[in-house]
Design a binder for this molecule. Sequence first.
Ligand code: ADP
Ligand code: MG
Length: 301
Amino acid sequence: MKIAILSRNKKLYSTRRLVEACKLRGHEVRVIDTLRCYMNITSEQPELHYRGETLQDYDAVIPRIGASITFYGTAVVRQFEMMGVFPVNESVAISRARDKLRSLQLLSRDGVGMPKTGYAHSPDDVQDLIQMVGGAPLVIKLLEGTQGIGVVLAETRKAAESVIEAFMGLNANILVQEFIKEAGGADIRCFVVGGRVVAAMMRQAPEGEFRSNLHRGGTATLVKLTPKERATAVKAARVMGLNVAGVDILRSERGPLVMEVNSSPGLEGIEMATGKDVAGMIIEFIEKNARPHRTKTRGKG
Ligand code: ADP
Ligand code: MG
Protein backbone atom coordinates (compact mmCIF):
# COMPACT_ATOMS: atom_id res chain seq x y z
CA MET A 1 0.00 0.00 0.00
CA LYS A 2 0.95 3.61 -0.37
CA ILE A 3 0.67 5.45 2.94
CA ALA A 4 1.06 9.14 3.76
CA ILE A 5 1.97 10.35 7.23
CA LEU A 6 0.97 13.93 7.91
CA SER A 7 3.56 15.25 10.32
CA ARG A 8 5.52 18.44 10.70
CA ASN A 9 8.67 16.67 11.76
CA LYS A 10 10.21 13.45 10.43
CA LYS A 11 12.44 13.15 13.45
CA LEU A 12 9.71 12.82 16.07
CA TYR A 13 9.64 9.40 17.72
CA SER A 14 6.01 8.71 16.70
CA THR A 15 6.65 9.65 13.08
CA ARG A 16 9.85 7.60 12.89
CA ARG A 17 8.16 4.54 14.38
CA LEU A 18 5.22 4.76 11.98
CA VAL A 19 7.59 5.02 9.02
CA GLU A 20 9.55 2.04 10.31
CA ALA A 21 6.39 -0.03 10.82
CA CYS A 22 5.17 0.78 7.29
CA LYS A 23 8.48 -0.30 5.77
CA LEU A 24 8.71 -3.47 7.86
CA ARG A 25 5.30 -4.48 6.57
CA GLY A 26 6.27 -3.78 2.97
CA HIS A 27 4.44 -0.53 2.34
CA GLU A 28 5.51 2.57 0.52
CA VAL A 29 5.48 5.48 2.94
CA ARG A 30 6.05 9.21 2.79
CA VAL A 31 6.10 11.83 5.50
CA ILE A 32 4.29 14.95 4.38
CA ASP A 33 4.64 18.26 6.16
CA THR A 34 1.03 19.26 6.81
CA LEU A 35 1.54 22.99 6.51
CA ARG A 36 3.39 22.66 3.21
CA CYS A 37 0.41 21.03 1.46
CA TYR A 38 -1.78 23.19 -0.70
CA MET A 39 -4.99 22.24 -2.34
CA ASN A 40 -7.19 22.67 -5.28
CA ILE A 41 -10.80 22.58 -4.25
CA THR A 42 -12.94 21.84 -7.28
CA SER A 43 -16.09 19.81 -7.53
CA GLU A 44 -14.74 17.52 -10.21
CA GLN A 45 -11.32 16.56 -9.04
CA PRO A 46 -10.07 17.61 -5.64
CA GLU A 47 -6.28 17.71 -5.55
CA LEU A 48 -3.50 18.06 -3.04
CA HIS A 49 -0.17 19.52 -4.03
CA TYR A 50 3.12 19.24 -2.22
CA ARG A 51 6.48 20.67 -3.23
CA GLY A 52 5.29 21.28 -6.77
CA GLU A 53 3.82 17.83 -7.35
CA THR A 54 0.33 16.33 -7.12
CA LEU A 55 -0.14 13.75 -4.40
CA GLN A 56 -1.66 10.73 -6.05
CA ASP A 57 -2.66 7.12 -5.53
CA TYR A 58 -2.41 7.08 -1.76
CA ASP A 59 -4.37 4.31 -0.05
CA ALA A 60 -4.27 5.73 3.46
CA VAL A 61 -3.24 8.78 5.43
CA ILE A 62 -2.11 8.86 9.05
CA PRO A 63 -2.80 12.31 10.48
CA ARG A 64 -0.44 13.42 13.25
CA ILE A 65 -1.86 16.89 13.70
CA GLY A 66 -0.38 19.07 16.44
CA ALA A 67 -2.82 21.12 18.51
CA SER A 68 -1.48 24.40 17.17
CA ILE A 69 -2.32 23.54 13.54
CA THR A 70 -5.71 21.86 14.01
CA PHE A 71 -7.51 24.21 11.65
CA TYR A 72 -5.26 23.78 8.61
CA GLY A 73 -4.40 20.19 9.49
CA THR A 74 -8.00 19.01 9.48
CA ALA A 75 -8.55 20.80 6.16
CA VAL A 76 -5.68 18.77 4.65
CA VAL A 77 -7.10 15.52 6.06
CA ARG A 78 -10.53 16.46 4.66
CA GLN A 79 -8.96 17.00 1.25
CA PHE A 80 -7.45 13.52 1.40
CA GLU A 81 -10.91 12.20 2.31
CA MET A 82 -12.45 13.92 -0.69
CA MET A 83 -9.84 12.23 -2.86
CA GLY A 84 -11.04 8.90 -1.48
CA VAL A 85 -7.97 8.24 0.66
CA PHE A 86 -8.66 6.29 3.87
CA PRO A 87 -7.85 8.39 6.96
CA VAL A 88 -6.78 6.58 10.12
CA ASN A 89 -8.77 9.26 11.95
CA GLU A 90 -11.32 11.37 10.11
CA SER A 91 -11.05 15.13 10.04
CA VAL A 92 -14.37 15.62 11.84
CA ALA A 93 -13.33 13.28 14.64
CA ILE A 94 -10.03 15.14 15.04
CA SER A 95 -11.86 18.48 15.28
CA ARG A 96 -14.22 17.05 17.89
CA ALA A 97 -11.38 15.72 20.03
CA ARG A 98 -9.53 19.04 19.95
CA ASP A 99 -12.36 20.83 21.69
CA LYS A 100 -12.62 19.58 25.28
CA LEU A 101 -16.11 20.93 25.80
CA ARG A 102 -17.49 19.44 22.61
CA SER A 103 -15.87 16.10 23.51
CA LEU A 104 -17.33 16.07 27.00
CA GLN A 105 -20.78 16.97 25.71
CA LEU A 106 -20.67 14.05 23.26
CA LEU A 107 -19.36 11.65 25.89
CA SER A 108 -21.98 12.68 28.44
CA ARG A 109 -24.75 12.25 25.88
CA ASP A 110 -23.69 8.62 25.54
CA GLY A 111 -23.38 8.02 29.26
CA VAL A 112 -19.58 7.79 29.50
CA GLY A 113 -18.42 8.57 33.06
CA MET A 114 -16.57 11.87 33.52
CA PRO A 115 -15.76 14.34 36.27
CA LYS A 116 -18.56 16.82 37.01
CA THR A 117 -17.84 19.65 34.58
CA GLY A 118 -19.19 23.14 34.18
CA TYR A 119 -18.76 25.57 31.34
CA ALA A 120 -19.55 29.23 31.25
CA HIS A 121 -18.82 32.29 29.16
CA SER A 122 -19.48 35.21 31.47
CA PRO A 123 -21.69 34.13 34.34
CA ASP A 124 -23.01 36.75 36.72
CA ASP A 125 -22.72 34.20 39.48
CA VAL A 126 -19.28 32.59 39.60
CA GLN A 127 -20.05 31.20 43.04
CA ASP A 128 -22.97 29.23 41.66
CA LEU A 129 -20.75 27.88 38.86
CA ILE A 130 -18.28 26.70 41.51
CA GLN A 131 -21.08 25.17 43.58
CA MET A 132 -22.42 23.40 40.49
CA VAL A 133 -19.33 21.19 40.27
CA GLY A 134 -19.21 20.57 44.00
CA GLY A 135 -17.15 23.50 45.29
CA ALA A 136 -13.40 23.77 45.93
CA PRO A 137 -10.94 22.23 45.41
CA LEU A 138 -11.62 22.27 41.69
CA VAL A 139 -9.78 22.19 38.40
CA ILE A 140 -9.98 25.00 35.85
CA LYS A 141 -8.94 24.29 32.25
CA LEU A 142 -8.47 26.26 29.09
CA LEU A 143 -10.64 24.58 26.46
CA GLU A 144 -7.86 24.19 23.94
CA GLY A 145 -4.89 23.61 26.21
CA THR A 146 -2.60 20.62 25.84
CA GLN A 147 0.29 18.90 27.63
CA GLY A 148 -0.99 20.11 30.98
CA ILE A 149 -0.51 23.78 30.15
CA GLY A 150 -3.64 25.71 31.01
CA VAL A 151 -4.81 23.28 33.71
CA VAL A 152 -4.99 24.85 37.16
CA LEU A 153 -5.91 23.39 40.55
CA ALA A 154 -7.71 25.89 42.78
CA GLU A 155 -7.59 24.62 46.33
CA THR A 156 -10.02 27.09 47.90
CA ARG A 157 -13.22 28.77 46.80
CA LYS A 158 -11.50 32.14 46.90
CA ALA A 159 -8.65 30.94 44.66
CA ALA A 160 -11.17 29.38 42.27
CA GLU A 161 -13.09 32.62 42.02
CA SER A 162 -9.97 34.67 41.29
CA VAL A 163 -8.65 32.27 38.65
CA ILE A 164 -12.03 31.99 36.92
CA GLU A 165 -12.43 35.76 36.87
CA ALA A 166 -8.90 36.26 35.61
CA PHE A 167 -9.40 33.80 32.72
CA MET A 168 -12.74 35.39 31.87
CA GLY A 169 -11.15 38.82 31.88
CA LEU A 170 -8.81 37.52 29.19
CA ASN A 171 -11.76 36.20 27.21
CA ALA A 172 -10.41 32.67 27.45
CA ASN A 173 -12.77 29.73 27.02
CA ILE A 174 -12.62 27.66 30.17
CA LEU A 175 -14.27 24.77 31.90
CA VAL A 176 -14.40 24.07 35.61
CA GLN A 177 -14.22 20.54 36.84
CA GLU A 178 -14.57 18.56 40.01
CA PHE A 179 -11.10 17.65 41.32
CA ILE A 180 -10.68 13.88 41.57
CA LYS A 181 -8.45 13.80 44.61
CA GLU A 182 -8.44 10.04 45.08
CA ALA A 183 -6.70 9.64 41.70
CA GLY A 184 -3.61 10.80 43.62
CA GLY A 185 -1.99 12.66 40.73
CA ALA A 186 -2.21 9.60 38.48
CA ASP A 187 -4.19 8.88 35.37
CA ILE A 188 -4.40 6.03 32.91
CA ARG A 189 -3.69 6.39 29.22
CA CYS A 190 -5.54 3.74 27.23
CA PHE A 191 -4.32 3.44 23.67
CA VAL A 192 -7.22 2.37 21.46
CA VAL A 193 -6.74 1.06 17.92
CA GLY A 194 -9.74 -0.09 15.90
CA GLY A 195 -12.07 -0.51 18.85
CA ARG A 196 -9.62 -2.35 21.12
CA VAL A 197 -7.35 -1.18 23.92
CA VAL A 198 -3.97 -2.38 22.60
CA ALA A 199 -1.80 -0.87 25.36
CA ALA A 200 -2.23 1.02 28.61
CA MET A 201 -0.01 2.83 31.06
CA MET A 202 -0.39 4.63 34.33
CA ARG A 203 1.14 8.08 34.53
CA GLN A 204 2.08 9.44 37.92
CA ALA A 205 2.70 13.12 38.55
CA PRO A 206 5.89 14.05 40.36
CA GLU A 207 5.70 14.95 44.07
CA GLY A 208 3.77 18.15 44.65
CA GLU A 209 2.13 18.18 41.21
CA PHE A 210 -1.36 16.94 40.29
CA ARG A 211 -0.89 16.87 36.52
CA SER A 212 0.46 13.54 35.34
CA ASN A 213 1.44 14.63 31.80
CA LEU A 214 4.79 13.17 30.76
CA HIS A 215 5.63 16.65 29.47
CA ARG A 216 5.19 17.88 33.05
CA GLY A 217 7.61 15.32 34.47
CA GLY A 218 5.17 12.45 35.02
CA THR A 219 6.45 8.86 35.01
CA ALA A 220 4.84 5.98 33.15
CA THR A 221 4.41 2.40 34.34
CA LEU A 222 2.52 -0.65 33.21
CA VAL A 223 -1.03 -0.98 34.49
CA LYS A 224 -3.63 -3.71 34.42
CA LEU A 225 -7.01 -2.38 33.39
CA THR A 226 -10.28 -3.49 34.93
CA PRO A 227 -12.93 -4.68 32.44
CA LYS A 228 -14.92 -1.53 33.22
CA GLU A 229 -11.93 0.70 32.38
CA ARG A 230 -11.33 -1.17 29.17
CA ALA A 231 -14.98 -0.87 28.14
CA THR A 232 -15.04 2.83 29.03
CA ALA A 233 -11.98 3.58 26.88
CA VAL A 234 -13.38 1.68 23.90
CA LYS A 235 -16.73 3.41 24.22
CA ALA A 236 -15.14 6.87 24.50
CA ALA A 237 -13.12 6.32 21.30
CA ARG A 238 -16.23 5.05 19.52
CA VAL A 239 -18.38 7.99 20.59
CA MET A 240 -15.71 10.39 19.32
CA GLY A 241 -15.48 8.47 16.05
CA LEU A 242 -11.73 7.90 16.46
CA ASN A 243 -10.08 4.70 15.20
CA VAL A 244 -6.84 5.57 16.94
CA ALA A 245 -7.16 7.37 20.26
CA GLY A 246 -5.47 7.98 23.56
CA VAL A 247 -8.22 7.89 26.16
CA ASP A 248 -7.23 9.39 29.51
CA ILE A 249 -9.04 8.03 32.52
CA LEU A 250 -9.02 8.96 36.21
CA ARG A 251 -9.61 6.21 38.79
CA SER A 252 -12.30 7.60 41.06
CA GLU A 253 -14.43 6.27 43.90
CA ARG A 254 -17.33 6.03 41.48
CA GLY A 255 -15.37 4.18 38.80
CA PRO A 256 -13.43 5.22 35.69
CA LEU A 257 -13.94 8.83 34.59
CA VAL A 258 -12.83 9.98 31.15
CA MET A 259 -10.89 13.22 31.20
CA GLU A 260 -10.02 13.59 27.57
CA VAL A 261 -9.65 11.74 24.31
CA ASN A 262 -6.57 12.49 22.18
CA SER A 263 -6.66 12.09 18.42
CA SER A 264 -2.88 12.06 17.83
CA PRO A 265 -1.63 10.20 20.90
CA GLY A 266 2.15 9.99 21.20
CA LEU A 267 3.82 6.60 20.76
CA GLU A 268 7.01 7.08 22.74
CA GLY A 269 5.61 6.93 26.27
CA ILE A 270 3.27 4.04 25.60
CA GLU A 271 5.77 1.92 23.64
CA MET A 272 8.45 2.47 26.25
CA ALA A 273 6.14 1.68 29.17
CA THR A 274 4.57 -1.42 27.63
CA GLY A 275 7.22 -2.69 25.22
CA LYS A 276 4.46 -3.11 22.63
CA ASP A 277 4.66 -2.42 18.92
CA VAL A 278 1.81 0.09 18.85
CA ALA A 279 3.00 1.59 15.55
CA GLY A 280 2.78 -1.86 13.95
CA MET A 281 -0.77 -2.26 15.25
CA ILE A 282 -1.81 1.03 13.66
CA ILE A 283 -0.44 -0.11 10.29
CA GLU A 284 -2.15 -3.47 10.70
CA PHE A 285 -5.42 -1.61 11.30
CA ILE A 286 -4.90 0.25 8.01
CA GLU A 287 -4.22 -3.00 6.16
CA LYS A 288 -7.52 -4.43 7.40
CA ASN A 289 -9.67 -1.35 6.87
CA ALA A 290 -8.37 0.91 4.13
CA ARG A 291 -10.56 0.90 1.05
CA PRO A 292 -11.07 3.80 -1.33
CA HIS A 293 -13.87 6.18 -0.31
CA ARG A 294 -14.51 4.62 3.06
CA THR A 295 -14.76 7.80 5.08
CA LYS A 296 -17.99 7.52 7.05
CA THR A 297 -18.82 11.20 7.13
CA ARG A 298 -18.12 11.88 3.49
CA GLY A 299 -20.14 14.86 2.34
CA LYS A 300 -21.35 15.85 5.77
CA GLY A 301 -18.76 17.88 7.31
P1 ADP B 1 -4.13 18.43 28.85
O1 ADP B 1 -4.93 18.35 27.60
O2 ADP B 1 -3.39 19.71 28.97
O3 ADP B 1 -3.29 17.20 29.04
P2 ADP B 1 -5.87 17.35 30.90
O4 ADP B 1 -7.32 17.63 31.01
O5 ADP B 1 -5.48 16.02 30.38
O6 ADP B 1 -5.20 18.50 30.04
O7 ADP B 1 -5.22 17.56 32.34
C1 ADP B 1 -3.83 17.39 32.59
C2 ADP B 1 -3.59 16.51 33.82
O8 ADP B 1 -4.14 17.09 34.99
C3 ADP B 1 -4.25 15.15 33.73
O9 ADP B 1 -3.42 14.23 33.06
C4 ADP B 1 -4.48 14.78 35.19
O10 ADP B 1 -3.32 14.19 35.76
C5 ADP B 1 -4.71 16.12 35.84
N1 ADP B 1 -6.16 16.39 35.94
C6 ADP B 1 -6.92 16.97 34.98
N2 ADP B 1 -8.21 17.08 35.36
C7 ADP B 1 -8.28 16.55 36.59
C8 ADP B 1 -9.38 16.37 37.53
N3 ADP B 1 -10.61 16.78 37.24
N4 ADP B 1 -9.08 15.78 38.72
C9 ADP B 1 -7.82 15.36 39.00
N5 ADP B 1 -6.77 15.52 38.17
C10 ADP B 1 -6.99 16.10 36.97
MG1 MG C 1 -4.06 15.25 28.96
